[in-house]
Design a protein around this ligand. Structure first.
Ligand code: FMN
Length: 197
C-alpha cells in the first residue's frame, strides 16, 4: 500500500507564538509517527489572490476551450486543487478572526471550490467529489467558545468542506487541550480511528 498524504494548511498571520501552528505541528507529528506519510505544506501566510473577473471567466470556460492566458490565470488554483485531491488527511490551522476564518483561508476556499473539479451539479443538486478524506480543524480563539453560536468559523468550514465531499471533520479547540497537548491529541486521533473502524 502506498504512503498516505497529509496536507498541512496554515492560515494564522502569526508565525511566532501561533497556537494553531504549534498545535497543528504536534498533531502532524502524532499522525506521521503512527503511519508513514508524505506531508504537503501550504502556508497561506504570504497571501493568496482573490477571485476576479478574469479568474471567473476562465473557470466558467470549458477546460478544452480555455486559451493559454486562461490556463495561466487558473494555474495557482489548479495547484491548490491538486494538493487537496492528493491528500488523504487535511490539517487546517484556523485562528478565529472576527468570528470567522482568516480572509486568506476564505481565499483558499474560493480557489479550491471548483465545479467539475471538487464538486459537480447533478439532477439532485450539487455533489462533492472529494470523497474518503479526513480533515482536522485545529482552531484557536481569544474568547469566543469554539462550537458556540459566535463561532462562525468551524460551522462554515464544516459546511463548505462537506460541500466538496469532505464530511469526516474533527474540530479541535487548541486552547482546551491542557498541558500535555501531544497526549490529548493522541487520544483524539485514537478515538477517531476507533469510530472509523
Ligand atoms: C485580526 C484578529 C481578529 C481576531 N478576532 C477574534 C474573534 O473574533 N474572536 C476571538 O475570540 N478571538 C479573536 N482573535 C484572537 C485569536 O483568535 C487568537 O489570538 C488565536 O490564538 C489566534 O490564533 P494563533 O495563535 O494561531 O495566531 C482575533 C485575533 C486577530 C489577530
Amino acid at each position: 500500500m502506498s504512503a498516505k498524504t497529509l496536507l498541512n494548511v496554515q492560515s494564522s498571520g502569526r508565525v511566532n507564538g501561533s497556537i494553531t501552528r504549534e498545535t497543528s505541528q504536534i498533531l502532524i507529528n502524532r499522525l506521521t509517527g503512527e503511519t508513514e506519510m508524505q506531508v504537503i505544506e501550504r502556508d497561506l501566510n504570504t497571501g493568496l489572490p482573490f477571485v476576479d473577473e478574469q479568474w471567473i471567466g476562465a473557470n466558467f470556460t470549458d477546460p478544452e476551450a480555455r486559451d493559454p492566458h486562461q490556463h495561466e490565470v487558473l494555474a495557482l488554483s489548479d495547484s491548490l486543487v491538486k494538493e487537496v485531491k492528493q491528500a488523504d488527511i487535511l490539517v487546517l490551522g484556523v485562528p478565529v478572526y472576527n468570528f470567522n476564518v482568516p480572509a486568506v483561508l476564505k481565499a483558499w476556499i474560493d480557489m479550491i471550490c471548483r465545479a467539475r473539479e471538487t464538486f459537480r451539479y447533478t439532477e439532485n443538486g450539487p455533489e462533492g467529489l472529494l470523497k474518503g478524506k479526513k480533515a482536522y480543524l485545529v482552531m484557536a480563539s481569544g474568547g469566543v467558545p469554539i462550537g458556540s453560536e459566535w463561532d462562525h468559523a468551524s460551522r462554515y468550514l464544516k459546511q463548505v468542506l462537506g460541500f466538496i465531499g469532505i464530511t469526516d471533520v474533527t474540530v479541535i479547540d487548541a486552547t482546551q487541550l491542557g498541558d500535555d497537548k501531544s497526549e490529548a491529541l493522541a487520544r483524539i486521533i485514537s478515538k477517531q480511528s476507533t469510530q472509523a473502524a
